[in-house]
Design a protein around this ligand. Sequence first.
Ligand code: NAD
Length: 263
Amino acid sequence: MDLGLRDKVALVAASSRGMGRACAHSLSAEGAKLVICARDGKKLRAAADEIAGDTNNQVLAIVADLTSARDCRQVVQETVEFFGGLHVLVTNNGGPPAGYFFDIDDNEWYRSVDLTLMSAIRLIRAAVPHMQEQSWGRIINITSVSVKEPLDDLILSTSLRAGVVGMARTLANQLAGDGITVNNVLPGYILTERVKELAQTRARAQGKSPDEVVDGLVELVPIGRIGKPEELAAVVAFLASEQASYVNGTSILVDGGRYKGLM
Ligand code: NAD
């Protein structure tokens, strides 16, 4: 299926590794002109070179710290200056630290608000006027299964991603008339460095090995394995496509059936 993304401009936030990078790769493979960003310039440029080499498409790498309002604005501005527009925005970020309610002090809450909620708000705020100009846009937020079912030791993620989904659902109503859709993808367990790090944290807390922790996660997933970043990226590429024109304001789980609720 041709997703109609050839020569569209796609910006994927937090994309030097993990799901962001996989989304970037899949959009570039579909022919989009791609912008990736993260804090570490060396890793970011290596990712950009690899993606461009694989897909034979242009990839612009912009070093940015998404907790900074200025950097969020700058990433969008440089994207538009370089490629002349912006069609697809995938918001994403590093995960906030794991912890229970009484583990987290005010500074960590504020830092995580900037990272998880404000980065999405700021990127979308900067991107929407460009999408409105061309009466076409796709905004896709990578959030988490935790917006359906709280994860006890991830109180920051659970609380702040609910804010992202609330903001996105409201915007989906307001931007649809401009040809812009807004949707969320909710990963369950996807095998990235982040999950390996979380497994190590839980292993220390529970006196287990990281492998035992990962095996415990797999037991919760009806499909019987952890997901691959490319499996999440395929859903994001579809949501970015022409074909997804009537999908708006929704939150799609990509979790192998991990969430057991009916809705
Ligand atoms: P990851 O840690 O593998 O990758 C995160 C990316 O974000 C990296 O490219 C990193 O450089 C970048 N980044 C981190 N902080 C940044 C900052 N301040 N500014 C710019 N870039 C920054 O993570 P992942 O597993 O791909 O997860 C992506 C997001 O999805 C995270 O928020 C994570 O909590 C969430 N999530 C992950 C899973 C999972 O199973 N992997 C499940 C649910 C939700």
